[in-house]
Design a protein around this ligand. Sequence first.
Ligand SMILES: O=P(O)(O)OC[C@H]1O[C@](O)(CO)[C@@H](O)[C@@H]1O
Length: 561
Amino acid sequence: MDTTASTGTAIDITATPEWQALAEHHTALRDRTLRELFAEDPDRGCRLTRQVADLVVDHSKHRVTDETLRLLLALAERAGLRERIDAMFRGDHVNVTEDRAVLHVALRAPATTDLVVDGQDVTRDVHAVLDRMADFADRVRSGEWRGHTGRPIRAVVNIGIGGSDLGPAMAYTALRASSDREITARFVSNIDPTDFAEATRDLDPAETLFVVASKTFTTLETLTNATVARDWLLRGLGEGTDEGAVAKHFVAVSTNTDAVREFGIDPENMFGFWDWVGGRYSFTSAIGLSLMVAIGPGAYREMLDGFAAVDEHLRTAPLAENLPVLQGLLNVWYTDFFGAQTHAVLPYSQYLSRLPAYLQQLTMESNGKSVREDGAPVTTATGEVYWGEPGTNGQHAFHQLLHQGTTLVPADFIGFGRPNHELGGGDQGDGDMHDLLMANMFAQSAVLAFGRTAEEVAADGTPPELVPHKVMPGNRPSTTILAPQLTPSTLGQLVAFYEHTVLVEGVIWQIDSFDQWGVELGKVMARQLAPALTAEAPPELDSDASTTELVRTYRALRGRA
Ligand SMILES: O=P(O)(O)OC[C@H]1O[C@](O)(CO)[C@@H](O)[C@@H]1O
């Protein structure tokens, strides 16, 4: 049953019998410990571990019973989750506030998929762009595409921000082992001049290709950096270099052909996508071009196939066996019933160091909402704060709070069976470096879940006054995701898994996970304030007293009156 009445007004999900049943169940379960749940159900570790594509997902260390899962699934049914998933794949306008389809899944669907939406043959258009991207990437990689002076391209610099940066930047770091390193990729996002300066300081303009990536092609940071890049190029190529050189060193990725042309990039050198691809869901659109140039079209297509495997699972698996669905429902369980406000992502892989930053935009720009899609205020908590760092570094920084702090932080541990580098180490008979890394990961989730009681601590001979300090409360939930190895395919699977958990949470919370109105006002105000920072005469500001004073101080620091 859908919660949306034909008037377009949603019923309050917290007023449904399914929500009430969960609230009562939570009261009964909240003091049960994971120790007890494991003791009562020895098969739990195996039973609550499932697989999607190559990802083995262990949900056993969650504060749930079979009854919890049954009730969460009933809530999902009530919220119309299955119908919403089908609607998304069909191309219905599930982004209601922008009246758009949400079709990032079409970006990695096989060429045989039949999908016509709003009169557009989506699959044909997607594969036409992918083929153009592959052709371009091959030409750059082989040296056929050359810079203005005839030199081959050695560096590709992606200029973009948010969804036009984080996906390819995260994946480039993640897939360094898959890159042949012939071509280096750099990512410039921040309007802080430092970003551009550092990214290009050792690059030769004659061998550098800029990919200006912006869905709207109106984003201040990106257009400013692109202008700076054009100057850097023309200056670097030497006196008298004409604008014609730009064509050999700049390509654009956008949905906005007119703005690309106006900026001075020939639409011939533009790779398009469509308004049904949200910025933070655009990584598998042409926004991935810089990544494709760096890792090659073959590895890139493997990554898309990884995404597609998890998309297909979302589309076809029953909700009770659907892993992104279960993960999303568990997130709702902690956010709304346990009052958790944050969610830690702990990849035991240095290559995944940018994954938490990528997930911050994906999850928080999507679900950081306090108004439902029908315009009424939400009646639930929404949107966890995502954060994290690769293990084991995090262990030596913030895990203290995870283990003994007063806030509940559900965590995701992500690890791999095989390392990307075999470097030995561990000569005490305790395995190589990768074994030690993974032993740490398993130890952390076990300690979080099961802790150590005062009796156990005392039994070790701990002085009584220290016992309370050394007690480990345990009962702290986590998901563990294990994959055979970090490859383009498993990376794609992992990202698709997270993309779909966001959808699931948004459906329960009755919000539009695909708009981002909350980022607009700050952009408008920045544009209004900029002239006041640079004006020759002290500006008359119509701002609040704090902002006025900050502008005054800044001008003084810059030596302006
Ligand atoms: O790709 P664009 O249009 O430059 O936008 C960049 C980013 O800015 C945002 O609109 C937020 O400001 C994101 O949603 C988007 O990914």
